[in-house]
Design a protein around this ligand. Structure first.
Ligand code: C2E
Ligand code: CA
Ligand code: CA
Length: 725
C-alpha cells in the first residue's frame, strides 16, 4: 500500500521508477482500483437497471460471508438493509425509496445480514445513464463501519439523554418506568404516566424547515419543564412525542387539571427566528396499577388514550378506560374489512331529500354512504369515513361514490340534483380535479346536477390552492356547497372569495335553536343574511322537530334537511316519488325539541349496606344521577353507585318516586377529557388483590366481580324489571 502512495506522490519526476501520474493509463488505473479494493479501505459495487447487483468487490463479499456469485444477482435492497431504529424522526426518505427513485445515494449506513453474521457498511452511489439518459444502474462504493457503528450506538444508549432537548431519551424513560413500576408494586404505590403528542408539528417542520422544527422542540421541552417542575421525569420518546412519569399520582382530578395546563401552555404561540408558529398538543393519561400493571401494558393504555384524544378533535386529553381497548379493536376490524367493502359490494348510496323551506317539495338530495357489513349489519359513515381517511382509502371510496351517484341520477326522471360529500383528505389529493373530470365524462351526467359538499376544514391548508381548486371545479360546471358551516374554522372572510352556491348550517346550530337563553337563532339569522348578500342558498341541516322547522324558516333558511321530513332513503324510493309526482314531504315528528331525549341508559351497580343491586343509569351530572330499577327507596338512604371500571361514588337519595331515584354524590364527578364524567379515585387493584383475586388492571366490572357475591338474607329493596316500563 505504501508503495502505491509513494509512487503516486513521487510520480511526476518518475525518479524512483514509479508510474508518472500524467502517464497513468487504463491498465495502471485498473491496478490502482484493484489494490484499493484488496486493501479493505474501500470496496466497489454496481447494479443493473432493475436494481440487481451486478458487481461486488470480492473482499466485500467475503465480509458479508457469501461467495461473490451468490451476492451478484441479488436485489441490492436485500443486501443493503436499513439499520434498525435509524432516524426516529422519519425525516429521511428510506433508502429503498431513494433507490427506486434513482437518486444518487449520499453516504448512508446499512446493515448486511445474510445469515452469516451482521456487519454495518457505509455505502454511497451514483446513478449511471447512457447518452439518451436511460438509467443503467448504480456504481457505488462501500466500506465497513461496523466498529464505529456499534460503539456510537452503545454510547447513545448509555447517554440516555436526548441531545436536542436535554430531556431523557426513550431508553432512559423506559428504564425508569420499568424500575418504578416494579418497586412500587411491592409497596403498593401508584404511578401515572402521560403521553403527549404535538399537533401540527409536521406542518411546522415541513414549511419552516428542520432547524425551525428542532428549535420548536427545544422550546416545547423548556415549557414542559416549567409546568412540571424539577422532580418529575420528562422524556422525548420520539420525534414529537413526549412522556411524563408521575410517581404516587392517581387523583384524576389533579391529572386532568395538569393535562389541561400542559395543553394550554404548549398551545401558546412560539417565536422561532422571528417567525410565529402555533402548534397544539394532545395528551393520553394512564395510571398504574389501575390501567396497567406492567410497563408495556401501561404505555399501551396511555397510547390508546392519546389516540382517542387525537381522534376527538385534538387539543384534548383523555384518561384511559377499558372501553378504549374495545373501540380500538372495533376500529381495527373496520379498517381491515373496509378494504374489501367495495369489492364485496357492501357499499350503497342512500339519498336524503332536501326540501324547499316554503313548499316542502324536494329540491335536491344529499347522497350518504351506507355500509351493509355481512356480519355487523349497518355501520355508520361517522364510524368508517374517518377510518378510510386515516388509512388512505377515502380516495377510492370517494371516487366510487362519485361514480355511483352520477350513474344513478342519470336514470332518474327529471333533472333533480344530488349533493355528494367530499372529504378534506380527498380534496387535498393531487388528482381530485382529474377524478371529477373523468367521472363526469364517463357517466355523461349533466354537471349542473352534481353538487360537491366540502367542509370548512379544507381552508386550514393551503388557502390559495383551495381557492384555485374551487374555481377549477366551477369551471367543470358542478355546484359547490359549504358543509357543516360553523363547526370548525369559520372565517367569514373566505366566503367572500370562494365561489360557493350554498351554505349548509350545521345541525349543532339548528338543534335547540328554539330554547330560551340560546343564541343559535341569532347565529342562523346572521349566516342567512350573509349568504343572501353573497347570492348563496342556505340549508338548515338536521331539522328534527316542528318548532325547529318554524324557527329556521322564519330566520330565512331557503332549504331544509332533517329527519322531520325524511331520513336518507334508497334511490328506488326517490324514483317512486319522482315518478308519481309526490314531491312534497310532510313534516312528521315531535312538536318541540326536547333536550332530555338523549339520556343515558346504562346498566350499573348500586350497593346498599350488604347488598348489590342492578339498576339503570338514566342521567348523569357532576353532582348526581337519576337511577331506575329499585322500588320505593326512602329519601335520605345512603348508597354507593358503581359506575364501572372501579369507579365508586358515595351518594345519598334525594328524590324518590316509584322505581326512580335521584341521588346526590358526596364528591362531585370530574370531566374525563371527552364528553363524559368520571370519579377522581377508583378502587385500587391492590384492594381487589387483597380480597383474594389476582392483581390485574381494572376492567368494566372490576367491582362487580368482587361484590356480586354480597348478599344479606333480607334485601332492603325490591329490584324491578325496568324494560317493562
Ligand atoms: P354530513 O355530511 O353532515 O351528513 C348529514 C348527516 O346527518 C347524515 O349522517 C344524516 O343521516 C344525518 N342527519 C340527517 N338529518 C338528521 C336529523 O334530523 N337529525 C340527526 N341527528 N341527524 C340527521 P350520516 O349519513 O350518518 O353521515 C355522517 C357523515 O359521514 C356525513 O355528515 C359525512 O360527513 C360523512 N359521509 C357520509 N357519506 C359520505 C360519503 O359518501 N363521502 C364522504 N366523504 N363522507 C360521507
Ligand atoms: Ca354533507
Ligand atoms: Ca353536514
Amino acid at each position: 500500500m505504501a508503495g502505491l502512495f509513494s509512487r503516486l506522490k513521487n510520480g511526476n519526476d518518475g525518479a524512483d521508477g514509479g508510474v508518472p501520474v500524467r502517464a497513468f493509463n487504463n491498465a495502471s488505473r485498473a491496478s490502482l482500483l484493484e489494490s484499493l479494493e484488496k486493501s479493505d479501505l474501500g470496496w466497489f459495487w454496481a447494479s443493473d437497471a432493475k436494481g440487481v447487483l451486478s458487481y461486488i468487490s470480492p473482499p466485500a463479499a467475503q465480509r458479508a460471508g457469501k461467495p461473490v456469485e451468490d451476492i451478484i444477482s441479488m436485489p441490492m435492497t436485500d443486501v443493503f438493509q436499513p439499520v434498525e431504529d435509524s432516524d426516529d424522526r422519519g425525516t429521511e426518505r428510506p433508502l429503498k425509496f431513494q433507490l427506486a427513485a434513482r437518486n444518487s445515494i449520499k453516504p448512508v449506513t446499512v446493515e448486511i445480514n445474510m445469515g452469516e453474521g451482521r456487519s454495518w457498511w457505509e455505502i454511497a452511489a451514483v446513478p449511471q445513464t447512457d447518452n439518451a439518459g436511460t438509467f443503467l444502474g448504480y456504481h457505488g462504493i462501500a466500506r465497513d463501519v461496523s466498529d464505529t457503528y456499534e460503539s456510537t450506538r452503545d454510547a447513545e444508549k448509555l447517554s440516555r439523554y436526548d441531545s436536542l432537548t436535554g430531556l431523557s431519551n426513550r431508553h432512559r424513560m423506559s428504564h425508569q418506568l420499568g424500575a418504578t413500576l416494579t418497586a412500587f408494586r411491592a409497596s403498593k404505590r401508584s404511578c401515572a404516566i402521560m403521553l403527549l403528542d404535538l399537533d401540527r408539528f409536521k406542518q411546522v417542520n415541513d414549511t419552516m424547515g428542520h432547524p425551525a422544527g428542532d428549535e420548536l422542540l427545544k422550546q416545547v421541552a423548556a415549557r414542559l419543564q416549567r409546568v412540571m417542575g424539577d422532580n418529575i421525569e420528562i422524556g422525548r420518546i420520539g420525534g414529537d412525542e413526549f412522556q411524563v412519569i408521575m410517581p404516587d399520582e392517581d387523583d384524576r382530578g389533579v391529572l386532568g387539571e395538569l393535562a389541561t395546563r400542559i395543553i394550554q401552555m404548549l398551545s401558546q404561540p412560539y417565536s422561532i427566528n422571528g417567525m410565529r408558529a402555533i402548534i397544539g398538543c394532545s395528551v393520553g393519561v394512564a395510571v398504574a396499577p389501575f390501567d396497567g400493571i406492567e410497563e408495556d401494558e401501561l404505555v399501551k393504555a396511555a397510547d390508546l388514550a392519546l389516540y382517542s384524544a387525537k381522534g376527538g378533535g385534538r387539543g384534548a386529553f383523555r384518561f384511559y378506560s377499558s372501553d378504549l381497548r374495545d373501540q380500538a379493536s372495533y376500529r381495527h376490524q373496520i379498517e381491515s374489512d373496509l378494504r374489501d367493502a367495495i369489492a364485496r359490494d357492501e357499499l350503497e348510496m342512500h339519498y336524503q331529500p332536501i326540501v324547499d323551506a316554503k313548499t316542502h317539495r324536494v329540491a335536491c338530495v344529499e347522497a350518504l354512504m351506507r355500509w351493509n357489513h355481512t356480519d355487523r349489519g349497518m355501520i355508520s359513515p361517522a364510524d368508517f369515513i374517518p377510518v378510510a381517511e386515516d388509512v388512505g382509502i377515502i380516495r377510492e371510496l370517494g371516487e366510487w361514490a362519485l361514480h355511483k351517484v352520477c350513474t344513478t341520477i342519470q336514470e332518474w326522471p327529471g333533472d333533480i340534483r344530488a349533493a355528494i360529500n367530499v372529504s378534506a383528505v380527498q380534496f387535498s389529493s393531487d388528482d381530485f380535479i382529474e377524478i371529477v373530470t373523468r367521472v363526469l365524462k364517463s357517466t355523461g351526467v349533466d354537471p349542473a346536477r352534481v353538487e360537491l359538499e366540502i367542509t370548512e376544514s379544507v381552508f386550514v391548508g393551503d388557502m390559495d390552492r383551495a381557492l384555485s381548486m374551487f374555481h377549477e371545479l366551477k369551471g367543470l360546471g358542478v355546484r359547490l356547497s359549504l358543509d357543516d358551516f360553523g363547526t370548525g374554522y369559520s372565517s367569514l372572510s373566505y366566503l367572500r372569495d370562494a365561489p360557493f352556491d350554498k351554505i349548509k348550517i350545521d345541525q349543532s346550530f339548528v338543534r335547540g335553536c328554539t330554547a330560551e337563553d340560546n343564541k343559535n337563532d341569532a347565529i342562523i339569522a346572521a349566516v342567512v343574511s350573509l349568504a343572501r348578500a353573497l347570492g348563496m342558498e342556505t340549508v338548515a341541516e338536521g331539522v328534527e322537530s316542528k318548532d325547529e322547522m318554524r324557527a329556521v324558516t322564519e330566520e330565512g333558511a331557503t332549504l331544509l334537511q332533517g329527519m322531520l321530513f325524511s331520513r336518507a332513503i334508497p334511490g328506488s324510493e326517490i324514483v317512486e316519488r319522482l315518478e308519481s309526482g309526490e314531491l312534497e314531504f310532510v313534516p312528521r315528528g315531535p312538536e318541540k325539541y326536547r333536550s332530555d331525549r338523549r339520556t343515558e341508559f346504562r346498566k350499573i351497580g348500586l350497593i346498599h349496606e350488604n347488598d348489590r343491586y342492578n339498576v339503570f343509569l338514566r342521567n348523569l351530572s357532576k353532582t348526581g344521577a337519576k337511577i331506575e330499577g329499585l322500588l320505593d327507596v326512602p329519601i335520605g338512604t345512603d348508597v354507593v353507585v358503581d359506575l364501572g371500571g372501579g369507579q365508586l361514588a358515595v351518594a345519598c337519595v334525594r328524590r324518590s318516586e316509584g322505581f326512580s331515584q335521584g341521588v346526590e354524590f358526596e364528591t362531585p364527578l370530574i370531566s374525563d377529557g371527552a364528553e363524559g364524567l368520571c370519579t377522581r379515585h377508583r378502587v385500587s387493584p391492590y384492594q381487589i388483590e387483597a380480597a383474594g383475586r389476582p392483581l390485574r388492571a381494572l376492567n368494566d366490572d372490576a367491582v362487580a366481580a368482587v361484590t356480586s357475591t354480597m348478599h344479606s338474607n333480607t334485601k332492603s329493596f325490591v329490584e324491578v324489571e325496568i324494560s317493562k316500563f
